[in-house]
Design a binder for this molecule. Structure first.
Ligand SMILES: NC(=O)c1ccc[n+]([C@@H]2O[C@H](COP(=O)([O-])OP(=O)(O)OC[C@H]3O[C@@H](n4cnc5c(N)ncnc54)[C@H](OP(=O)(O)O)[C@@H]3O)[C@@H](O)[C@H]2O)c1
Length: 248
């Protein structure tokens, strides 16, 4: 796209799935890439190599986004190495599904800590950098269930709805300083997160998608690429559904 070289993007939870696809797409767009990962160190080295083969620079930074100080370290390492951060993509996320009446306290807390607090932690630490630059784009990965709710996902849908709240409040607070904050809300995307779902759930999901297919990681990465580009400079505080028409 139309960005100058040496723009830097930080993507959390980028070792696999949607995060990995976003990292590769933004590298194609000309960004140098900071890959945050928690456990998947093997695949991360491969990803760094793939990004470098596209002529971009990349570093991998281990860290759990749900821990305030670790999130701070991810952002610090990115700035120490590249000197700036133009785009932050809050992608790291987990599920611990279960019906409300059977959900354990820890399953609720953990999903909120990673998905919601992790998003806050990274925004909190990147904001001073972007404010100093008077430029930045924050893109949060929510979910359609943050908009509609979903049986068996009170923890996850609460976190993803919270991410929409964080996105809009951040957009309002930082707009006057040249910083845009938006969210994307994917529907059913084929990744490790959804591959364990039963055939019955997958079949039901497919019936609720007007475009009659599950989404791919590229469908999400393409929307993030647009929001990260100057083509989206006049867009802030928005949530874009990427769901084949599931929610409209
Ligand atoms: N797949 C879907 O249908 C769908 C739909 C809507 C929204 N989403 C959202 O899209 C995002 C990516 O999901 P995905 O489908 O690509 O899932 P995935 O394949 O399970 O990938 C999730 C990534 O998040 C990382 N992660 C988890 N906890 C972390 C933590 N505390 N700190 C840092 N990284 C952490 C994981 O790293 P490790 O493996 O190293 O732990 C992994 O790389 C998530 O926010 C998810 O909620 C997905």
């Amino acid at each position: 796209m139309d960005i100058a070289s040496k723009n830097v993007a930080v993507i959390t939870g980028a070792a696999k799935g949607i995060g990995r696809a976003i990292a590769l797409k933004l590298a194609d767009d000309g960004f140098d890439i900071v890959i945050n990962y928690r456990n998947s160190s093997g695949s991360v080295e491969e990803l760094v190599g793939e990004i470098e083969s596209k002529g971009r620079k990349s570093i991998a930074v281990q860290g759990d986004v749900s821990v305030f100080e670790e999130a701070k370290n991810i952002i610090k390492q990115a700035v120490d190495f590249f000197g700036r951060i133009d785009v932050l993509v809050n992608n790291a996320g987990i599920t611990r599904d279960g019906l409300l009446l059977r959900m354990k306290e820890d399953d609720f807390d953990k999903v909120i800590e990673v998905n919601l607090k992790g998003t806050f932690n990274c925004i909190r630490h990147v904001s001073p950098i972007m404010l100093k630059q008077r430029k930045g784009k924050i893109i949060n990965i929510s979910s359609v269930v943050g908009v509609t709710g979903n049986a068996g996902q009170v923890n996850y849908s609460a976190a993803k709805a919270g991410i929409i709240g964080i996105t809009k409040s951040t957009a309002r607070e930082l707009a006057s300083r040249g910083i845009n904050a938006n969210a994307v809300a994917p529907g059913f995307i084929k990744t490790d997160m959804t591959k364990t779902l039963s055939e019955k759930i997958r079949e039901n999901a497919l019936h609720s998608i007007p475009l009659r297919r599950f989404g791919t990681v590229y469908d999400v990465a393409n929307a993030v690429s647009f929001l990260a580009s100057s083509n989206a400079d006049y867009i802030t505080g928005q949530v874009i559904n990427i769901d084949g028409g599931m929610v409209m």
